[in-house]
Design a binder for this molecule. Structure first.
Ligand SMILES: [Zn+2]
Length: 676
């Protein structure tokens, strides 16, 4: 089930997971060998700050993007791995969290058994699909697969009501696309055409591997036709960024009226939700098309599509033939990754998806130092004060909006390290026999857990990321920021490090997440997390004028010969990076008043170290293919632009590194945005 409304620091789809580690860091935090001092910082600060690091850390073949962020995850994975291994070596009590984590991992590593099984674990499912004779049977199968988080046709999930944030409600959302993004199906450029042609070949190969030799001649086109119809009816990524136009809460009877060909009460019964309550139909146009397709598309064609959904979504847990072909298409072809990750890392990802909090609990016990939480709480409060200062001084915003913004800021709640209340896993069945069975048991368990929250008050103690995740998020419905233990480590957080470096790295991350409450999307939610106009028209207009400057600036970045960065798609993240830098800089200045800096360290002032620490977080290698893919799909800018973009708008940065008119990083004052 998708987390539709979460705003992470970096896209979740690209993340592996990690755990935290006890670090005793006494170094200042700026490693001079990371720099390339042959480059003028005013020409390209990204390369100046990262050139040395990029040379020292060539791109590993199993990555399509590799930076300081990824390296931290990789290092953590090794620790997580060691702990899981130690669990598997001990005799754990049947039914305990350790038994489940250990057995899940071992079943995933048992390649002898997995190879022996081949496609056989899916055979009963194929038989189930083939038995369908009418559209009612097809609808039953859609519900049946949704209950195990295999998601043909559309997505269903439980999320907070955007206009009554205390209640969890049902959400219906567009979905059902193997390629993920609707544009790949409808764009006519050469790149999209190549993707479609490779996708057809990929479907054909997978069907053949699964024993559908004869069908593999005709099914790929049938599947493509179904997905293309869904894609045409889907909104673009940019359109999905407008929360108001994706809010359409209606009664079940109205959903039934919107889509008379779909038997909704049967669907909800099948997925195990006795009372779905009112439903947010995110994209009514999409569901109207689904309704039409239920009439136009034949039962036999639906069977092809359902079979493909099942194979496509379970391929990573099947034998090597499926795993490799799945990698060849989604990773090698789509992202330019050369080799597949070691098996243990892939199985860890899947362990984390299945029972992340069980694993998180074991790791926090072992690795998370309570002192880190105290230091973070203090940092967060300093950042909050800094933004309050800045809001009061804003010249573009009127007093009444300022007052509301300050209230919202004061109300933001903070989660650090790990949840106060852990999830319960006692009814989850895991054993060493079958990896795929374990994965599907886990998915059923997690879907049931989420469905059980629908039509009930929101549980504010719930975490949307596991503690071992190297990431952070703002949740607009809860008006909360969350920093899992995984990110509270170098190069983000140095427990005993230099203030300038901590404010430049984790400080900006905190500021980034806080700013999400005030970016072009987040500003539409009030302090209680409801979509609600609290801005005057005048202030809204001025906000948009400044935001448009950022859009133009990012649109001008050239990714590839004929591809520019997408300033509109990435606007929320760019506002958050820009705001995060400004807020954390102000907080650093406040901290320096209390504890004056020791002066220059390694030849750099506190201000210079602040910007260097920030830039280092986003230093990364990236393949050409991944650049193109992320520019299309990711709401976050590429690492280089996360550095260059916001800094070009910041006069304090100009001062710290002597940026002058004529320098590549110099933007004339009228082109610079002033937001938070
Ligand atoms: Zn963000």
């Amino acid at each position: 089930m998708n987390k539709l409304f979460l705003i992470p620091l970096i896209s979740i789809s690209m993340l592996l997971y990690s755990c935290s580690q006890k670090h005793k860091i006494t170094m200042p935090g700026i490693d001079l060998s990371n720099l390339d001092t042959t480059i003028n910082p005013a020409s390209n600060f990204y390369l100046y700050a990262n050139g040395g690091w990029l040379k020292k850390h060539p791109m590993p073949s199993d990555y399509s993007r590799y930076g300081a962020f990824d390296k931290l995850q990789e290092d953590n994975d090794k620790l997580v791995h060691a702990l899981v291994e130690s669990i598997t070596e001990t005799k754990n009590q049947e039914g305990s969290v350790a038994q489940k984590v250990g057995d899940f991992f071992l079943s995933g590593m048992d390649t002898v058994e997995i190879e022996k099984e081949g496609i056989s674990p899916l055979k009963p499912e194929f038989a189930r699909i083939m038995k369908a004779v009418n559209i009612e049977d097809i609808q039953y199968l859609i519900g049946y697969y949704h209950s195990m988080d295999i998601t043909p046709l559309f997505d269903f999930s439980g999320e907070p009501d955007s206009k009554n944030s205390e209640m969890m409600i049902s959400h219906l959302y567009q979905g059902g696309l193997g390629l993920g993004d609707r544009d790949y199906y409808v764009n006519t450029n050469a790149h999209s055409k190549e993707i479609r042609s490779e996708y057809l070949k990929h479907i054909k190969k997978m069907l053949s591997l699964a024993g559908f030799d004869k069908e593999s001649e005709v099914w790929p086109n049938i599947i493509m036709n179904i997905e293309t119809r869904l894609a045409i009816a889907s909104k673009t990524r940019l359109e999905l960024r407008d929360p108001e136009s994706n809010y359409n809460k209606i009664k079940l009877s109205d959903v039934q009226e919107l889509t008379p060909n779909f038997h909704w009460s049967g669907y909800f019964k099948t997925i195990g939700l006795s009372n779905p309550g009112d439903i947010n139909v995110g994209q009514p146009q999409f569901f109207k098309e689904v309704n039409k397709m239920l009439k136009d598309v034949s039962v036999e064609d639906w069977k092809a599509y359902l079979t493909w959904s099942l194979i496509d979504e379970t391929a990573p847990y099947l034998s090597s033939a499926f795993v490799n072909q799945n990698f060849n298409f989604y990773d090698k072809f789509m992202t330019g990754r050369k080799t597949i990750r070691p098996r243990w890392r892939r199985v860890l990802v899947s362990t984390n998806h299945t029972m992340g909090e069980a694993l998180g609990q074991l790791f926090v016990e072992k690795y998370f130092p309570p002192a880190a939480k105290q230091r973070m709480l203090k940092l967060v409060e300093n950042l909050r004060l800094a933004l309050a200062d800045r809001i009061k001084k804003l010249t573009w915003m009127g007093d009444s909006t300022k007052e509301k913004a300050l209230e919202k800021l004061k109300t933001i709640s903070v989660k650090i390290g790990y949840p106060d209340k852990w999830r319960e896993y006692s009814s989850l069945q895991i054993n060493r026999n079958s990896y795929l069975t374990n994965v599907l048991n886990g998915r059923r368990f997690n879907v049931a857990w989420e469905l059980n929250q629908i039509n009930k008050p929101v549980d504010h103690s719930r975490w949307e990321m596991t503690p071992q995740t190297v990431n952070a998020y703002y949740n607009p419905s809860n008006n909360e920021i969350c920093f899992p233990a995984g990110i509270l480590q170098p190069p983000f957080f140095f427990a005993d490090g230099d203030d300038a470096v901590n404010y430049g790295a984790i400080g900006v991350v905190i500021g980034h997440e806080i700013t999400h409450g005030f970016d072009d999307q987040g500003r539409k939610y009030d302090k209680k997390g409801n979509l609600n106009e609290w801005w005057t028209k005048e202030d809204e207009k001025r906000f948009t004028e400044h935001a448009d400057k950022l859009v133009k600036q990012f649109n001008s970045f050239v990714v590839d010969s004929d591809l520019h960065a997408d300033g509109s798609l990435t606007l929320g993240e760019n506002i958050a990076d820009f705001g995060g830098l400004n807020i954390s800089y102000t907080a650093l200045q406040n901290a320096l008043k209390e504890n004056p800096a020791p002066g220059k360290i390694d030849g750099f002032t506190a201000e210079q170290r602040f910007y260097l620490a920030y830039a280092h977080v986003w230093g990364q290698h990236i393949t050409d293919k991944e650049k193109i893919r992320l520019t299309k799909e990711d709401v976050h800018s590429l690492g280089e632009y996360r550095v260059l973009g916001p800094l070009e708008n910041i006069p304090e940065f100009y001062k710290a590194f002597g940026v002058k008119p004529g320098d590549a990083m110099y933007l004339s004052e009228d082109k610079r945005a002033v937001i938070w």
